[in-house]
Design a protein around this ligand. Structure first.
Ligand code: ADP
Ligand code: MG
Length: 382
């Protein structure tokens, strides 16, 4: 399945624009983004429920813009399930196949298998209103998989379930897909769901594709400030700083400047006198008791030039079971860290520490990742 430069407008609203991405057979592609980002529109364009204004939708390698939705061989699970309220579970699951005049024995076999896979056996004669939310959601999935369509689209199928059930249901969806091997395009605004379900994630906002990559890519190499801030809990710290020769001065804390390792200083040479955004994940920040004078800190041995140590005042600590979220004052804002619960003694003044190897640099205007990442001491372009 491939979208090439796909765009769709509703009157003056641009729902999606310039969308280009490919989903390989058997992949689980997740469309992730905030509400109004164009996710549902993209699914409807793939399904043919809406027609594209620009660009081309390819299905099975062939342009499908003019193919009727009924002939696209796609199954869709809608956000609200759209079960027929007056039909039993069995009738809901088999309705599409009966309409297509699939032989009775085939219908029976497929429906039995779907009931078994989705743990719905014994509920065949119930009406949707006599089912729990989780059961309704599974009926909607069962109805989609009996079609045996090579492509299955799901629009936030778990959003009506409570948090516990969502965790269970998302692993059921992955298992089902791994067993049946259909190509899945799955829509969610929940980044954890996206990371756990997707083999690839398309981050969509404002109708535009912000990044398309594996969960590891979008987490470890966010293409821009939007993705950096959207993926990760708590979110990546995005700190404005000025490049001053071979040092960085933090705009929110102008009294603090840190010297850059040579490799980074030369990579940023063109930006001297200008701003960059420094991105550092909370889980890459460590805290240590602050002892000694600030002058002593300037002597960076024995940590070497790759470690940054900055005194901070703690503002707030949240225990979330296994971990502890730590928030430190950073001028008018805060910097967040994640540490193991009980891992640190929380005193009000601490040393915030991180390695330059874990830092991302972004252009503050375009938001683009400057494409510098450090593995060991080797400067690499992403
Ligand atoms: P998402 O699913 O990511 O929340 P949508 O694809 O539903 O986003 O919507 C993208 C944009 O298109 C929004 O601004 C939405 O208001 C608009 N939109 C979607 N469907 C219609 C429609 N049928 N008529 C007018 N505007 C629409
Ligand atoms: Mg939607």
């Amino acid at each position: 399945m491939r979208l090439e430069n796909v765009g769709k407008r509703y009157g003056s609203v641009t729902a999606v624009e310039g969308l280009t991405f490919t989903v390989e057979p058997g992949e689980r592609a997740v469309l992730l983004g905030p509400s109004g980002g164009g996710k549902t529109t993209t699914l409807r364009l793939i399904a043919g429920l809406e027609s594209v204004d620009t660009g081309t939708v390819y299905l099975g390698g062939r342009p499908a813009n003019d193919v009727d939705p009924g002939l696209r061989d796609i199954a869709m699970v809608f956000q609200n399930y759209a079960l027929y309220p007056h039909m039993t579970v069995w009738e809901n699951i088999t309705f599409g196949l009966r309409m297509q005049r699939v032989p009775r024995t085939v219908i029976e076999t497929r429906a039995r298998e779907a009931l078994r896979l989705l743990d719905l056996e014994g509920l065949e004669d119930r009406l949707p209103r006599a089912l729990s939310g989780g059961q309704r959601q599974r009926v909607a999935l069962a109805r989609a998989i009996v079609k045996r369509a090579p492509i299955v689209l799901m629009d936030e199928p778990l959003s009506n379930l409570d948090a516990r059930l969502r965790v269970k249901a998302r692993s059921e969806i992955v298992r089902l897909q791994e067993k049946l091997r259909f190509t899945l395009v799955y829509v969610t605004h929940d980044q954890t769901e996206a990371m756990t379900i997707g083999t690839r994630i398309a981050v969509l906002a404002g109708g535009r594709l912000k990044q398309y990559g594996t969960p590891k890519d979008v987490y470890e190499r966010p293409a821009n400030l939007f993705v950096a801030g959207f993926i990760g809990t708590p979110p990546m710290n995005l700190i404005h700083a000025r490049v001053e020769g071979e040092t960085l001065r933090f705009e929110e804390r102008p009294e603090v400047s840190v010297s850059l390792p040579t490799a980074i200083a030369s990579a940023l040479a063109e930006r001297r006198g200008r701003s960059v955004v420094v991105g550092i994940r909370p889980e890459r920040i460590q805290f240590a008791p602050f002892a000694g004078t600030e002058a002593a800190l300037r002597d960076r041995e024995p940590d070497g030039p790759w470690t940054v140590r900055i005194p901070v005042d703690l503002r707030f600590v949240e225990d979330v079971g296994r971990e502890r979220y730590v928030y430190a004052a950073w001028g008018r804002t805060e910097v967040g860290g994640v540490v193991p619960a009980g891992g640190i003694e929380v005193t009000s003044r601490m040393l915030l520490m991180f390695s330059w190897r874990d830092v991302h640099f972004f252009d503050p205007k375009s938001g683009e990742n400057l494409g510098l990442s450090w593995t060991g001491n080797v400067l690499q372009s992403v």
